[in-house]
Every structure is written in C-alpha cells, then in structure tokens.
Design a protein around this ligand. Structure first.
Ligand SMILES: Cc1cc2nc3c(=O)[nH]c(=O)nc-3n(C[C@H](O)[C@H](O)[C@H](O)COP(=O)(O)OP(=O)(O)OC[C@H]3O[C@@H](n4cnc5c(N)ncnc54)[C@H](O)[C@@H]3O)c2cc1C
Length: 289
C-alpha cells in the first residue's frame, strides 16, 4: 500500500464506501481505513433501503460494501485511525502506518458514549477532557491520566508524555491493547473522579486512589467528535456541522453519515457519502493545481 493519497476516508460503513466509490469514479486516488460497522452489525434486518425488497441483514450489507471497494480497485486498510493532523496536507495515522492526503472524509458513524463513572460528567472542562492536543498544554509538569484501553488511549498518552510530569493509563479493569514505555498502567475498575474546583484524584473500586490533575477520556477507538475537536471542526453536540456539500469549516475536511446527525439511516449515509466523496475529489484536484 502507498503512503500518499488524494483522499483518505475514515470509516467503511455505508457513508464511507459510498464516498470512496464517488471519489474513485471522479479520478481521485482513494484510501479507506475502517473496521466493522457497529451500527450495521446490530441491524438484524434492513428492508427499508432501495433495492433490497426482501430485506437483508446489516452484516450482509456491510460485507457487500467492502467487496465493492475491492471490485473497484479501491485501497482499504482494515483497522482504525488514531490521529489526524493538518500540516498543509492531512496526516492520518493508524497504529502501524502513517498516510498523507489532500482531503479527508470522516464517515465514522455515531460517536462513542462516555463511560458512566461518578464525577466524570461533573468535572468535564474542569480536569476531564476529551482531547489531548486541545488541552494537554494546561497540564505541563503535572500528573495526568488517560482513561481507555486501546490504541487510541496509547496515542493520547504518548502526546501527553511530552508535556506532563507523569502519565497513567487507566484501563477500567480491561487488558491494554499495548503498553508504552514510561506510561504507568492501572487495570483496576474505576469508582469515582474526585476534586473540588478541578479534578484532584481518581478512586478505584478496591478503595485505592491516585492523585491526578486531569483525566483524558479515550475509551475504545477515536470517533468523529475526537477528530473534529483536534482539527478545530465545528460540532453540534457530538455531530459534525457540515454544509450542503458535506464540507466542514476546515478546508478539505468533509463528513458524511451518522456522524453529521439528523436521520440515522443508510439512505442518508449513502447520499452524504456520495456528496462528500465528489466534493473531496474536487478539492483534491484543486490542491494539485
Ligand atoms: C439496531 C439497528 C438497526 C438499524 N436498522 C436500520 C434500518 O433498518 N434501515 C436503515 O436505513 N438504517 C438502520 N440503522 C442505521 C444504520 O445502520 C446507520 O444509519 C448506518 O450504518 C450509518 O452509516 P455510517 O457509514 O454513517 O456509519 P457506520 O455504519 O456506523 O460505519 C462507521 C464506520 O466507521 C468506522 N470507524 C469508526 N471509528 C473509526 C476510526 N477511528 N478509524 C477508522 N474507522 C473508524 C467503523 O469501523 C465503520 O466502518 C440501524 C441501526 C441500528 C443500530
């Protein structure tokens, strides 16, 4: 696989595959990075989508989409994106690869739900953060913790390691996907985030505690909201704000499907994917001159 593309599409559900087909047909060199669609795999029977009168399972529809990418010769990496940065071009990182692209389409589906831990919602913006790049600077020289068990938590912790005095990863009782040198791992179940004006400590179910000035939430894999916050894209709650061209307020960054809110249906995801893929191809062409 190459490392440089015109367009990288994050997500391989209906919105991502539709975006890829339209971008590819418009002549753009396109890469899709994504895993199984959690939403589709939960849908036992879909019988309200055009062309499937007898209905099909969500899993079957997802597999058809992935095969369609291969049949059209569109590159795909099965996996997750852990970070997207803009430095003239977009730099998109997975746990094992780094790619660049002129344009990015976010098609990651609905956002993650924050875990229900006592004190988490109460301290949002007062020590609880969802974005290391946005807020890490405020914790330089301090102790911070990252809540999460996967590659995304490791990426957030690595970023914070350059700023903070000490970084912990709190896995809330799970096995970490990987360990990183210099990061402290605590695999106990969390009980409560404590503090006064701001966070001061995290308490575990066994009664033990650690002192920390901040808690960065990075559970599971990064979602649209996480990427949008880091890139400065406008959000409405957890949905990405787009115009009629599926364009965000950041040049070259498009969004499609459930992650833009509204009707959470395949028909809307496919339509927005088609728009986003076509517009991303136009954008990439204009950047190449
Ligand atoms: C139980 C249930 C039943 C449903 N029934 C119907 C129905 O009958 N009809 C209908 O029209 N709709 C139905 N839906 C809704 C439909 O499934 C969604 O609207 C549709 O799947 C949205 O498509 P999407 O591409 O936006 O997101 P998704 O299908 O959620 O796909 C998101 C993609 O992004 C990937 N991704 C996420 N984060 C990352 C990351 N960090 N890096 C790389 N990839 C990432 C995922 O792996 C996945 O490939 C149902 C949903 C559920 C939950």
């Amino acid at each position: 696989m190459k490392n440089s593309y015109d367009i990288i599409i994050v997500g391989a559900g209906p919105a991502g595959v539709s975006a890829a087909l339209y971008a590819h047909r418009a002549g753009a060199d396109t890469l899709v990075v994504g895993g199984e669609s959690v939403a589709l795999s939960k849908a036992e029977k879909i019988d309200n989508y055009y062309g499937v009168p007898k209905g099909t399972s969500g899993k079957e529809l997802f597999d058809i989409g992935i095969n369609q990418l291969a049949e059209n010769g569109i590159d795909m990496e099965k996996g997750q994106v852990v970070s997207i940065e803009w430095t003239g071009d977009y730099t998109v990182k997975t746990p094992d690869s780094t790619y660049t692209a002129k344009s990015v389409v976010l098609a990651t589906g609905t956002g993650r739900r924050a875990p229900k831990i006592k004190g988490l919602a109460e301290f949002e913006g007062r020590g609880v953060s969802y974005c290391a790049v946005c807020d890490g600077f405020f914790y330089r020289g301090k102790t911070v913790a990252v809540l999460g068990e996967g590659e995304y938590a490791a990426e957030e912790a690595l970023y914070l390691k350059n700023l903070a005095e000490k970084v912990y990863i709190l896995t809330d009782g799970k096995q970490p996907a990987k360990t990183v040198d210099g990061i402290g791992y605590i695999a106990k179940k969390l009980a409560e985030i404590k503090g006064e004006a701001t966070v001061t400590s995290v308490e575990f179910e066994d009664g033990s505690a650690i002192e920390t000035s901040g808690l960065f939430v990075a559970v599971g894999i990064a979602g649209a909201g996480d990427f949008a916050r880091k890139l400065g894209a406008e959000l409405n709650g957890n949905s990405i704000v787009t115009d009629e061209k599926c364009s965000t307020n950041i040049p070259g960054l498009f969004a499609a499907g459930d992650n833009t809110g509204g009707m959470l249906q395949i028909a809307k995801a496919v339509y927005e994917g088609a728009v986003a893929g076509s517009e991303a191809a136009k954008f990439a062409r204009s950047m190449k001159g």
